[in-house]
Design a binder for this molecule. Sequence first.
Ligand SMILES: Cc1ncc(C[n+]2csc(CCOP(=O)(O)OP(=O)(O)O)c2C)c(N)n1
Length: 540
Amino acid sequence: MRHSPRRAADILAKRLYKAGCRHAFGMPGGEVLTIIDALRKAGIRFTLVKHENSAGFMAEGVYHRTGAPAILVATLGPGAMNGVNSIANAHQDRVPLIVLTGCVDEDEALTYTHQIMDHGAIFETITKATFRMTAQGADIVADKAVGIATEGRPGPVHIDVPISVADMEGVTSHLSGRTIASKVTPADGPDLDLARGWLSTAKRPVMIVGLDAMNDAAGADIQAFCEKFNVPFLTTYKAKGIVPETHSLCLGAAGLSPLADKTLVPFVQAADLIICAGYDPIEMRTGWRGLWDPAKTNVIDISAVPNHHYMHQATLNFVADTGISLRTIATGSGTQPTWVNGEIDAVKLALQQAFPHDEIWGPAAIIDECRKRLPETTLATADSGAHRILLSQMWTCYEPRGLMQSSAFCTMGCAVPLAMGAKIASPDKPVISFSGDAGFLMVAGELATVAELGIKPIFLVFVDASLALIELKQRQRQMINHAVDFGLHDYGAIARAFGGDAYTVATRNELRAALEHAQKAETFTLIAATIERGAYDGRL
Ligand SMILES: Cc1ncc(C[n+]2csc(CCOP(=O)(O)OP(=O)(O)O)c2C)c(N)n1
């Protein structure tokens, strides 16, 4: 039954609700009041944040838990521009973020300039699509936005909503349902025969698992495939936990660590069959560019979109669903012993030795202690910086999306709001964020939002009064120390100011006690873990 009058904003909000959206984050200005009113009426909860950029990351945190796109709401001009970093991040890190901005009506903009800018033009290169909503097209725009955001490689879609369009009444909905494409299966034919032949005869096969596989929820298929054909696998940082990292064939993660690459790159190069299972190389550094020659080594690339990145090339490319492709290739392929000279165990041992867990105190000890003391079900987030590289190598993930981070865009200031979003969507799960002190300071104001929400994540800050990763690079280039070190601040006091618990720790015992308290606390907890400047030397 149709209720009239209905505003165009109501139609938009209802369609987004129908697509599974339950959370919106942002800060209103007068231009988006109708939108947030419509979202509320549709059953979408709005969280008022302290900075629009954090809103984008909180929305991402929710998405990782629910699988549904989440919403960033920003008012025109400064509000929209504050969200730019998290929108660009969603683009590179493949997050289906719906960005709703207000804007003035076209006629108004002809003679009025205050705060007015072309949002669409600015967002064009950092979104998959940008729309200007019309009243009669509200439902179509909403459905297109969700479709574009979630299909293929996910990403952000922007909808500019003119003020009078949002308020327009008597709007009807044209659509009853959205067409959802079936998963794509590799077709029978010579390519599939070739892939099966290679797999049947490979003596040193290896699999690289990436973000497309995560989006295809291919964990069970990857595990079954690797076990059947005895294929060791490594993952990108985003794909950590797609199969529990304790699995005997898991070689851990690759991405930013030269220390890990030292072991993993030669191993991949020694393979006679490389299977890229949903491997999107946007997370990888230049060391992974052109790592193999597809004319000399058989490379099967299974990807969500055709290869336009040219980071690597493949001998065969199936643009298809990861799990289905692996199942299809496996059917009719023969098995035989692989890596018969103990190479898999040797790699695992080398990685264990490269990232030892017995540090008395320092960043590795902190990560080790947190992983040991927090349940396997813990959700972790990482900010950008030296700590993230170590964390990505050392933090064992037991489930997909167990460690959330910005690994393509690599932005600072994401770990705290990502953890907040995850905690909002999964209040019963332990959630911990890991930030460097500089990255934490970018978003410290959101502790006010944490307090207002009454959620209880743990925020761990590596306190070294330094941009450790950049300081290290500066030193490696033999430059003088400049603009990379800063003050030692009382992070606990910041948390307490917002009603949180706080601990400053400098030993494993102190950290252990803080983690125990934090898990029982009535409020959120900040743990300031102090480490020496230069503590990451030789560890990355
Ligand atoms: C928004 C943003 N600004 C700058 C950078 C460049 N950058 C990468 S890591 C880093 C240092 C981060 O310092 P901190 O948060 O203290 O973490 P640490 O390296 O000490 O672990 C900087 C400045 C970035 N990635 N993102």
